[in-house]
Design a protein around this ligand. Sequence first.
Ligand code: SF4
Ligand code: SF4
Length: 702
Amino acid sequence: MPARSAQPSSRSGTIRPDTPDIAKHSGQDNEAPMLSIQDVIDPVLVERVSEATVLGLDIGSRAAKGVLLHDGEAFVAKVWTGVNMQVTADELLADLLGLANLSEADIDYAVGTGYGRVALRFDNIPSEIITEIACHAMGAHFLNAATRTIVDIGGQDSKAIQVDPDTGKVAKFIMNDKCAAGTGRFLEKAAALLDYTVKEVGPASLEASSHPQISSQCTVFAESEIISLRARGVPRQDIAAGIHFASARRVRNLVSKVPLQEDLVFTGGVSNNAGMKHALEVLIGFPIKPTRIDAIYAGALGAAIYAQQFLTERRRTLARQTSTGCDVSDVTARIALAEARFVARTDVKKAAYLCNYTPVELLGASGAAFIRLLKCGSSEDVSRGERITKSVFCDFTKAVLGQFETKTPVNEAVDQVFTFYTCDAMRATSQAIDNFYRPARGYIVPRNADREGSRAFFRSEILSFRGDLEQLTGREIHDEDVQAQIGLFNRVRAIVRDISALRKRRNPPLDGRAFLEIARAAATLEAEELIPLLEEVRERLTRVPDQGARRLRLMMCGGIIADGDRKILDLVEDEIGAAIVVEDHCTGLSPFYQDTNAAGDPWRALAEAYLDRAPCARQVPLDRRVEFAVNLAREYDVDGVLFTYLKFCPCYGLTKGKFLNAFQEAGFPVLELANDYSQGDDGQIKTRLEAFVEVLTEKAEA
Ligand code: SF4
Ligand code: SF4
C-alpha cells in the first residue's frame, strides 16, 4: 500500500523547481517514496482512516497540494499554483489520478481548501469546500495525534491554531494576514535580496555564526535593512539567520495568543524551511513535533479526512432515509401507566428487585405487585448515591441508591426489595438499601453453575426467597402457583424471542432502543397485561415489509444497560445511523433466550433455568457465556460488536479479554467502550463509534 508522490507538474508553465516550499516529502526530489498509509497516519488514528476513495486539494497561493486516499493507499502530489486556480486543481487531480490509476468516477468524495478554494469546482464528484484552518488542524492531528498547537506559514499569511487533541477540530485560531512579515512572501523577497534562491536561504541561515537584529519586519523596511547590512560586509548567511529570527519572532508572538502549548506541529509551505524551523524552536524553547510525511501536505490530508467524514455522514443520511424504523411508543406509554399503577396501589404489598437472577415467576406467584428498579442513567443519581457508597462502585449501583435518596415515587412506594446477587457491588447495594431506605433481602447466586451442590444450594436460596415473600404478603405460595407463572413467563419469553427474531431481517422493523422498551415492559407489566400487548406488537412488526437499504448491523454485548442509559444507543442509532440488532446483556435479549421447565419440581426448575441462562460475567464457567455471545453475533449476522460495560465494574472489566478475543477469533470486529452515566466522555465515545462504524461500513461495502 504505497504512498506515492507526483513530481511537480511541468504543464502550464506553473513549475518553479528551485523553490523549497514544495520540496518532496521524502527530501529526495526524484524518488517517489513508497509509504503505506500506516506510515503516513499516526498509529493511534490509523483505524479511523477508511478505505473509501477520497480527495483533498489544498490550493495555496504559491503551491497546490493534493492527497488521495484510496483502498488503504495514500497518494500525494503538488504543483505550482497558476493564474487560474481551477486549471491548477485540474492538473493536480490529473496527477493524482495518474498515480493511483483511477478515474474521476472512482472518487467517492472531495474536499477543497486553501487560498484558492473559493474558485474550485468539482463538477462530477460529491464535494465540499472548507477553510484551510479546519483542514490544517485535522491534517496535523492525523499526522501526529498529540498535536495541540499548529503554526501554519503559507505564502500569504501565517496562522496559529489550537487543536482539540481528541477530535482534530479547531479549538481557537489567530491569523496574520495583514502584513507579509512572517510569511513565505517575506522570506522569498529577503532571499532574493541576498542572492539566494528560496530553496537555499533556509539552509544557508543555519551556517550563520551570529544573527543580526532585523528590527523591521515589514518587507519594505526590511529591504533597506538587508541592503545596509550587506553594505557593512555582514555575511549573507548571518543576515539570512537574522531574517528567519525576525520572522519567527513575529510568529511566536502570534502563537502565544492561542496560547502556545507543546506538541506543536509546523505546517504550510514554509514548514520545510530548515532555517525557519530552527529559529522557531529556539524562540519557543522546545522542539517542533515531527510528522510522518512532509507537513506541507497537512491541509490536503485534513481535507481528505474531512471528505471521508462527509462521505460517512452522507451514507448515514441515506441509510436513515431508507430505514423503516418502528414506533413502540404505545409500549412506553403502558410502562408509564403500569408504574403509576404500582405507585398508586394500596391493596397489595409491593416488591422490587434489582438483579436479573431474581426469579420473576416467584414474584408473580406471590400476589405482590412488583417492579425492577432499573431507572438509572443520570449522573445526578450517581452523585446522590455516592454519598452512601463513598467508594468505587459502578454507576448503576450508585444510581440505584441515588434514586432512593431522591425519593422517586416508585422507590417510595416499594415495601421491600429482593435481590439475588452475583457481584459484590450488588450485594453491598442491597445491604445499603436495607440500612438506609427499605427492608431488603439478598440471596446468593452460586458462582460456579457446574459445581456439585450449586443447584441444590441455589434451590434453597429460592426457597428462602419464597419464605420472605410469603412473610411480606401473608399468603402461601404453592407449587401450582409457581408452575402457572412459569408457563406465563415462558409465553412472554417466546413472544419476546419472536419479536427479536424479526431483527434478523435485512432491514429490521425495530431498532435496538425499541427492543429494549419491549424488554423493559416485560420487567414492569404483569404477565396477564403483557402477553396481549406483546402479541399485538409482534403482529404489527411482522407486517412491516423487509425493504430498503441494509443498515450496518451491530451487537451490544457486556454489562447492564439501565433504563435511563441510552447514551450509546442514541449515538449509534440516531447520530451514526447503524442499527443495534441484538444484545447480550441482562436488560436485552439474554433473559428471554431460554425457557424454564414447566414440569416437575418448580423450585429445581427455577434453580436450573436461572443458573443455566446466559450468565453474568462474574459467573463461571465464563466460556459458556462467551460462546453464547459469539453465537448470537452469528445468528443475527452482525457486522461488528460493541463491548460495553460500566467503569469500575470488576466483573466485566476483568473478563473483557475473553470476550474480545473470542469475537475477534470468530471474525467479528469489536469495539470496547467503558462507559459511565456522565456526559463528559460523550464526544470521545462518539468519535470512537464513528471511526469503528466507518471501518465496518467500508468492509461491508467491499
Ligand atoms: S449485570 Fe449481572 S449482577 Fe448486574 S444486574 Fe445484570 S445480571 Fe445482575
Ligand atoms: S456486574 Fe458490574 S455493572 Fe453489574 S451490578 Fe455488578 S459491578 Fe455493577
